[in-house]
Design a protein around this ligand. Structure first.
Ligand code: PGA
Length: 251
């Protein structure tokens, strides 16, 4: 059974008290959502402990936005997977385009991070997506196929049960420009076929594939109605509890 997930990527927004208040509001409003939709929030590292506390007893899951590519040691400024699990994280986002673009995140590094996360018992939300130049050059299928293969083909079908893929066209992130449902669906279907090619039809069918990029209450319903779109990774709209919940209620 494929799982539907709506995850909120808070990026570098909110102070700790603001984040706790947002988490509490999301947790309270999540009560009325259908049971087949999982909600997850991904606050900054500094917020994780306090947000975990605020989410206690709710159905809302907790995710980090990144993790270190080493287990522990002299890596100033980095946060290890064991630290994330110790504060109650169940997920980490990996490979977000902002990390690929601004912090030199490579597919090779993502293989290491994914392995560390899975070994620590964290589930991974792996982001893939083409930028505007790649889309305009007609390379979007190739880019997304390559990113997916470069990371996930190093794992097993069993590992993939703990992985969620988020397709986020870079040109749609924070721009207000959403991919149309048809544009998103054809990439999601492509990603699913890339998974099927190596891991079989069952693994592909069970893979949760999220759409991200200016997803909001007004377009979520149309996107989520597509057969290969299993939810969203939400940036800006996840900072308002009502919008975030309205997106999750769009299933
Ligand atoms: P956006 O961000 O919803 O603000 O476009 C999505 C993301 O980057 O995960």
């Amino acid at each position: 059974m494929r799982k539907y997930i709506v995850a909120g990527n808070w990026k570098m927004n909110t102070t700790v008290p603001e984040g706790v208040a947002l988490a509490k509001e999301v947790a309270a409003k999540a009560k009325d959502l259908p049971a087949n939709v999982e909600l997850v929030v991904a606050p900054p590292f500094t917020h994780l402990s306090a947000v975990a506390e605020a989410l206690k007893g709710s159905k809302v899951g907790l995710s980090a936005q990144n993790c270190a590519d080493h287990e522990k040691g002299a890596y100033t400024g980095e946060v290890a997977v064991s630290m994330l699990t110790s504060v109650g994280c169940q997920y980490t986002i990996l490979g977000h385009s902002e990390r690929r673009q601004y912090y030199g995140e490579t597919d090779e590094k993502l293989v290491v991070k994914t392995r560390l996360a899975l070994e620590a018992g964290l589930k991974v939300i792996l982001c893939v997506g083409e930028n505007l130049d790649e889309r305009e050059a007609g390379k979007h299928f190739a880019v997304v196929t390559e990113q997916t293969k470069n990371v996930l083909y190093n794992f097993t079908a069993e590992d993939l049960k703990k992985v969620v893929i988020a397709y986020e066209p870079v040109w749609a992130i924070g721009t207000g420009k959403t991919a149309t449902a048809a544009q998103a669906e054809e990439i999601h279907a492509c990603i699913r076929s890339v998974i099927a090619e190596k891991f079989g039809a069952e693994a592909a069918d069970e893979m949760t594939i999220l759409y991200g990029g200016s997803c909001k209450p007004s377009n979520a319903k149309e996107l989520f109605a597509e057969k290969d779109i299993d939810g969203g990774l939400i940036g800006g709209a996840a900072l308002k509890a009502d919008d975030f919940i309205a997106i999750a209620a769009s299933f």
